[in-house]
Write a protein that binds this ligand. Sequence first.
Ligand SMILES: NC(=O)c1ccc[n+]([C@@H]2O[C@H](COP(=O)([O-])OP(=O)(O)OC[C@H]3O[C@@H](n4cnc5c(N)ncnc54)[C@H](O)[C@@H]3O)[C@@H](O)[C@H]2O)c1
Length: 363
Amino acid sequence: MNAAAATLGVGFVGCGRIADLQCLGYLEHPAAEIVAVCDVDTGRARRRAEAWGGARVYAELDALLADPRVDAVEILTPHHLHAEQAAAALRAGKHVSLQKPPTRDVAELDLLVATAARSGRTLRVFENFMYYPPHRKARELIDAGAIGTPLSVRLKTAAGRLGDGWEVRPETQAWRLDTETCGGGATTFDHGYHCFHMGEFFVPAPVERVHAFVHWTELDARTKIDGPALISWRYAGEPPRLGSWEVVASLGMRVRSRYYVSDDRVEVHGSEGILWVNRCTGKLLDEPSVVLYRDGETRAWHDLATDWAESFRLGVRDFVDALREGRRPPQTVEAARRTLAFALAVQRSAAEGREVALSEIEA
Ligand SMILES: NC(=O)c1ccc[n+]([C@@H]2O[C@H](COP(=O)([O-])OP(=O)(O)OC[C@H]3O[C@@H](n4cnc5c(N)ncnc54)[C@H](O)[C@@H]3O)[C@@H](O)[C@H]2O)c1
């Protein structure tokens, strides 16, 4: 942190698709400034630097890390690079905000956690669904007892016709669809990370066991994608609590979205009521974003901020404010380790055709 100016200097590592949204919270925060950018594609890095007010451009991570103006880094690169880049940043004395999924496996994450502990710097995993205003409202209602004891969560992801919404570069598709660089399936590991985190967000209890049906659909002779999928899980302890996530691609259906061509819905049943969150990434239905049923009455929230970008803004703002206030922002690495183990248990369950306990992965 630049004490004189009380401004957090931030370096972006990876200037691809998601940098479009990740930059917003920094550009708008009065106590933060994007001072450096790094990308192997230096043309892309230069365009970002210009758009963001003249940050310094680096082709190499080490050069960005040697810049004393950089207090914290945002890591927005393919998953196989996360562990190494985040560790290098921590060793260089920088705070780190690392995009989900943090690493490809638990061993990589544990090494990173040890490096963070030695560095005394903050390492947080950025998972934006937890900041999406309708999700936060639903969680606030759950915490206030609006549905009694949460008993079950059902998450649905509806993917639609490709080619609408955001343009995703073929290189990005390529690293996402390669399980070596992605860490698992593009759907059930990459997007799944959000949904598995939401599984414990809406039913605040540890997940114990999972079962996954995952069909791999051929996109062309060399590429396959992991969907449709239906995943279910059981939480530890009592009362009995269950969750599920289903993802279906309706390739002939247009999904209204300014971002990816998919949308997410949530239904949480409690002992005394039911909550629905009717949208997230896209705008599939013109319904109130949050609906609560209890005691024969329905209550709806129509005026929450529902643009998906808002979750990025709020998540970034929380990181900057947490550093300034000396607190640990979510996701902490301990929480991220659980979500990662959940996502990996799903991969194993689908591959081996059996129920998998998270303890098998966490051990
Ligand atoms: N929270 C979300 O909803 C969300 C959405 C999209 C992406 N993401 C995450 O953001 C990260 C980036 O995804 P993306 O979609 O922007 O990918 P992308 O492919 O569009 O961008 C990655 C960028 O990293 C650069 N890069 C590659 N190797 C590099 C290196 N060694 N050093 C510096 N830069 C390098 C690439 O040139 C590219 O510009 C991933 O972790 C992804 O899962 C999260």
